[in-house]
Structures are given as C-alpha cells and as structure tokens.
Write a protein that binds this ligand. Structure first.
Ligand SMILES: Cc1cc2nc3c(=O)[nH]c(=O)nc-3n(C[C@H](O)[C@H](O)[C@H](O)COP(=O)(O)OP(=O)(O)OC[C@H]3O[C@@H](n4cnc5c(N)ncnc54)[C@H](O)[C@@H]3O)c2cc1C
Length: 377
C-alpha cells in the first residue's frame, strides 16, 4: 500500500509503475469478519487500488501473474500477456487450501480472499429467510474464532436461527495464552455456539461434514479457516523458496539470487526469521519495500527489515466486545473492540485516498474470480 500511495515518487523520476492484480479492490482482512456480520460496509473495508495507482500516473493490469522468468525479467500473465520489468515486488499473499476437503464450491467459504466473507453474508441473508441453518466453521485459530462470533451476530440481526459449530482441530487458539483461550471459549459458549476441540474435519459428504472422531455434522455452509499457504507461483517459476513455497528473500526483502525480485507479506520467507502470517509484518515491510525498490532503480543503499516488537492482537468477537493480548497482557470487553476499530479505521484512512467511502455497495465485477477457492493460486 505504501508503494502504491507513493507511486508518484517513482513516476517523477521517470520510471513506469504497473500494478498487476486480479481485482481493482484490495480488502483489509482485519475488518473481514466485521464485514460478514454487517458491522462494516464493504466500502469501509477496501482500497480501490486500481484508482490509487492510475491517479498517480501508473498503469493497472487486471490479471494474475502465472509465471516469473527471473533471469529474463519477464512476467507471464493469466491473460496471456507478458510484461518486462527492471524490478518487481511480489505481494501475492496467501490462500486457504480447500481442495483436500472434497467439498463443493457452493458449500465452502474459504476465509481468504476476504471478499468471500461479504459474498457469504449476501448468501446467508437469503438462505436464513428459508429456515434454520447448520453452519460450520473449520479451524480454531484467530480467523475461525472471529468468523464464528460474527456469524452469530449475522444470524441474530436477521432474526433467524442457526446452529453454529466451530470445529477447532488441535484446540481453540492453540498459540494464545490460556487466559485468552478461556475468554474466547466462554464468549462463544455463552452465546450457545457449539465448540468441538481435538477433532478435525475429514471430508464433506453432500450436506454432511465428516469429522476425525467418526461423527458427522449437518452443514448448509462451511467456513474454512485452517490456516493459509502461499501459491505455487515461486516454486513453479523455479525461484529459491522457503519450505512452504514462499519467495526466499534476505533482510533487504530481495531474492539473494535475483536481487531485482523483491517481496513482502504472507508470500515471502525472510532469511533467519520465522514470521507468523499476520498482516502486521506486511505493514512493517511497507516502507522498506518502498525504499529498496527505489534504491534498486536509483543505485542507492538498501535498508534492512527488522521484525520489531511482538504484535498486539485483538479479536473481534462479534458481540460488541474484543479480546486483546500482547505478550503477557490480556484484556477483554467493549474497550478492546473500540481500540481495534480505532486502529483499523486509522489504517484505512491512511490508504483510502480514492473516494472509497463515496462508492456504491454494488458488487465489483471480480466477485466470480474471488469466490472460486484458491483461484489462480
Ligand atoms: C479472516 C482473517 C482475519 C485476519 N485478521 C488479521 C488482523 O486483524 N491482523 C493481522 O495482522 N492479520 C490478520 N489476518 C492475516 C492477514 O490477512 C494477512 O497476513 C495479510 O492479508 C497478508 O497481506 P499480504 O499483502 O501479504 O497478502 P493478501 O492480503 O493476501 O493480498 C494478496 C494480494 O495479491 C493478489 N494476488 C494473489 N496472487 C496473485 C498473482 N498471481 N498475481 C497478481 N496478484 C495476485 C490477491 O488478489 C491480493 O490482492 C487475517 C486473516 C484472515 C483470513
């Protein structure tokens, strides 16, 4: 986002900037669960990245990169075009793998791309009018907990009924301190959500979800939040990668073998660091990427990325409260959610420079691309 916001810095110096993305919009995941429940309108949770880059003199190409030719500095796109470049930054993120479940596309909602959560809201508003539903959330991490809590709000606000079950796999919020786990569990149980721990999803069979303990659940719609994986783009392009297929970069966020390839966010593995796939690190890499892209083009010195302090995490529980934790400190309640909203809106204001809030809610035409699980990744 910083590189796009400051595209003018590159263009003033006579460089050309091209943004390649399948969608003209980028949604902010931190507000995704709130978009599901109706706390936020889609316009509040997205950046019009096409307008952002074009307003600054750059070029937008609606496509996916499907192959990178590192030595020849060529990008092959999903629309069969190819684009030569001097330096490229990869910020292609990650997706939720769903093919292994065997579930049909109509019954599955991978929680990434985040726009899926808005599409699911529209679908549920329709389905809930017809009668009570069985909704399943697969994955007991932060995304699964937030989605389950916000589904509850969606159902309640619709004046409808649904049985919501969270299948938590190894356990609810396994990486969080016990106090946070306890607060999240009691928040969900208080609202009669069904939480199943130490049980995994095995597969789908029609309208049933089959679980690892041999039991089965009825399921009208399942949200899959089992963690993310980067695309095979870098592996398939025969570039040096991390163990999960991320683009391998040094502390300057450049590929050591191909220093004209840079990257940030979920799609990179940084030498000597094990970073969680959270947006906080993508955001902290923003200014380094901006600086080092410019340094590559202008022959200046490079800056190094440092992971910084352990991030503060705040869960939006969907009932007007949040659960905040940072290192040993935990607090839950309305103030925690207020703080999350304050931080999120401040972040949005910084990059919503393209009239996003004045746009209509009408679905952008990329909805079909986004709904397809793992599309193009
Ligand atoms: C429900 C949910 C809630 C979350 N909440 C938080 C939170 O509160 N705080 C936090 O720190 N983290 C949160 N995360 C994690 C966070 O979403 C990610 O860490 C963050 O989005 C990573 O940013 P990114 O820019 O690397 O990638 P992404 O946000 O995944 O963006 C990748 C972009 O690249 C595009 N793209 C993909 N492949 C290609 C291609 N081949 N060619 C061209 N374009 C491509 C995609 O369309 C997308 O626009 C949450 C995740 C989920 C699922």
């Amino acid at each position: 986002m910083t590189v796009l916001l400051r595209a003018g810095d590159f263009i003033e110096k006579g460089h050309r900037m091209t943004l390649i993305s399948p969608s003209p919009y980028q949604y902010y995941s931190g507000m995704g669960p709130g978009m599901l429940s109706g706390m936020f309108r889609p316009q509040e949770a997205r950046f019009h990245i096409r307008k952002m880059v074009e307003d600054r003199g750059g070029v937008f190409v609606a496509a996916r990169v499907v192959h990178i030719d590192g030595p020849k500095r060529l990008l092959w796109l999903s629309n069969d075009a190819h684009i030569p470049f001097d330096v490229a930054s990869f910020n292609t993120g990650s997706h939720v793998p769903v093919a292994w479940t065997g579930g049909s596309v109509e019954r599955l909602v991978p929680v990434k791309p985040v726009f899926n959560l808005y599409l699911a809201r529209l679908e549920l508003q329709n389905l809930l009018r017809r009668g009570p539903l069985h909704l399943v959330v697969v994955g007991g991490g932060a995304a699964g907990v937030e989605v389950a809590g916000n589904l509850w709000k969606l159902v309640r606000d619709a004046g409808a009924e649904a049985r919501i079950t969270l299948v938590a796999g190894r356990g609810l919020l396994r990486d969080a301190p016990p106090k946070v786990r306890g607060l999240a569990l009691s928040s969900l149980l208080r609202r009669s959500l069904n939480v199943i721990e130490r049980v995994h999803l095995d597969s789908f069979a029609g309208r049933k979800v089959l679980l690892s303990d041999g039991s089965a659940l009825d399921c009208d719609l399942a949200f899959v939040a089992v963690g993310v994986t980067p695309s095979r783009l870098f592996v398939n392009s025969k570039l040096p990668t991390g163990h999960r297929g991320e683009l391998w970069v040094d502390r300057t966020l450049r590929s050591p073998d191909y220093p004209h390839l840079l990257g940030g966010g979920d799609c990179i593995a940084v030498e000597g660091m094990r970073l969680a796939k959270v947006g906080v690190y993508a955001v902290r890499q923003n200014p380094i990427l901006h600086h080092n892209l410019m340094a590559s083009l202008e022959g200046k010195s490079f800056r190094h990325f440092g992971a910084g302090p352990s991030p503060m995490l705040i869960l939006n529980m969907g009932d007007g409260t949040g659960i905040l934790w940072k290192k040993g400190f935990t607090v839950a309640g309305k103030m925690a959610l207020k703080l999350k909203n304050f931080i999120d809106f401040r972040f949005m204001r910084k990059f919503q420079v393209s009239g996003e809030l004045e746009e209509s809610e009408a679905l952008p035409d990329h909805s079909a691309i986004e709904r397809e699980p793992g599309a193009g990744t």
